[in-house]
Design a protein around this ligand. Sequence first.
Ligand SMILES: NC(=O)C1=CN([C@@H]2O[C@H](COP(=O)(O)OP(=O)(O)OC[C@H]3O[C@@H](n4cnc5c(N)ncnc54)[C@H](O)[C@@H]3O)[C@@H](O)[C@H]2O)[C@@H](O)CC1
Ligand SMILES: [K+]
Length: 510
Amino acid sequence: MNPFIILSANEMRAAEKLAIDGGIASAALMEKAGEGVAHHAMRFWSKRPTVVICGPGNNGGDGFVAARVMKSAGWPIRVALLGKRESLTGNAKLMADLFDGDVVPFEKAVLNNCGLIIDAIFGTGLSRATEGEIKSAIGAINDNPAPVLAIDLPSGLDADTGAVLGEGSGAVVHARRSVTFHAKKPGHLLFPGRALSGAVDVVDIGISDQITAATGAQTYTNHPGLWGGLLPQPHWGGHKYSRGSVMVVSGGPLNTGAARLAARGALRIGAGAVTMLTPAEAAPVHAAHLTAVMLRIANNDEDVAKAMAASEHMPMALVIGPAAGVGEGTRAKVMAGLKSKAAVILDADAITSFADQPQTLFSALRPTDVLTPHGGEFARLFPEAAKLDGKLEAARRASKEANAVVVLKGADTVIAAPDGRALINTNAPPTLATAGSGDVLAGFIAGLRAQGMDGFGAAAAGVWFHGAAGQTIGDGLIAEDLPDAVPAVMRILFQKDQPEKNQAAAPEAN
Ligand SMILES: NC(=O)C1=CN([C@@H]2O[C@H](COP(=O)(O)OP(=O)(O)OC[C@H]3O[C@@H](n4cnc5c(N)ncnc54)[C@H](O)[C@@H]3O)[C@@H](O)[C@H]2O)[C@@H](O)CC1
Ligand SMILES: [K+]
């Protein structure tokens, strides 16, 4: 199993079909799924009275298998069915018939004195908001103090978007843990689904990686396992410019801090040289603050173009946006950047500046440039994509529209490339929601981009480092701390192989 792949409900159905076409019996898939749930329950909880609440479809079928396996292990198990037993069909009917214990119609009293509830009402087949008897059953599950183990997904949660389809206490199950099959679904990682799913375990049900690939799935959990090998490593023969040069466009004299945060982020993540491009009137403010970061006056787009031309021979990235100001001046500087060879990272005001003329921007962007909007900036630049269901599809559509990498920020940041690949980030602590945090992120991405990572890789690694830095700092985090936490994150990431690499690259002794 690929630990990073994420499958949508349709992709999961496609994988199941391919597995069945390849000779695996569909009942065998359900047997493995239910068995996996039972073993998980028995591993995480001591033996206790357990109620499995089964719905009308295959999620319920998994529930019947789990009930059978746990009963045969001596667990006190009851199954409560939502819907009519005679309406069960296919494998769900088969598994219901194979269960030889108590099956009762669901009523609230069935939950009395139980120690564990297994939610087998709906999984990937959820198609509308819960209502009626199902809604009150879910309400009763949530009111009960017993922990809930959700099969596949908490019932009521949309597998693809992480959204809850209905409203009120009976709209969705609040699970302590979830056991899913073959791969996580986007709903496990996108909020509010991430909070509703609890800890998620993935069970192998015998579907091969080749089948996963054949579904065309292109969504992954953001993790160093995907891009760690591409991270730039300093080498003995390098010098500051070969390690990549980053330029950051600053706002006016009262708006300089954001650009400095980006600049320090770029420097800490390993760019060899970082230059602040500043309007003349803001230069004294920067001069009073900056040490390793260089200063260059750039009052307008022509000056930005000259700065870029002067550095054309070196790997370079340009950050525009943090407190840059919204309007024609910023637009012109962005266009100057996009005409140069530098990779361009657009954040904040640079994004908002194009809200009224997105096509001007989109036609100039290149597929490895990076846009880092938060939700509000995203909706201004991509009003149509913002209407789509779910952050994942929104980011994917926007990336295609803009022809650039899009980092749609938040607690569940999504990174999307124009070719359809997308990542969901999971390591960001809530303390990262603080002023200036996004400016540092833009600097991280630029720093990695200037060191040779491509746009998607730099965005993925930048977002992950940002989360890891936030975790390292812990409570009390302010944006200024984030760049300075990078060395600690690097130490952890490279703990094992760093000394070896240094030896291999060391010049011969003479
Ligand atoms: N796809 C696969 O590869 C596998 C799927 N398995 C299980 O099968 C599940 C999917 O099964 P199904 O497709 O039968 O779907 P579900 O069991 O999730 O839902 C059952 C049916 O309920 C109805 N329904 C949906 N929303 C409703 C609502 N709000 N109120 C009332 N009725 C509603 C729909 O007609 C739906 O088909 C997965 O979540 C998983 O638990 C496993 O057995 C393992 C293999
Ligand atoms: K469920």
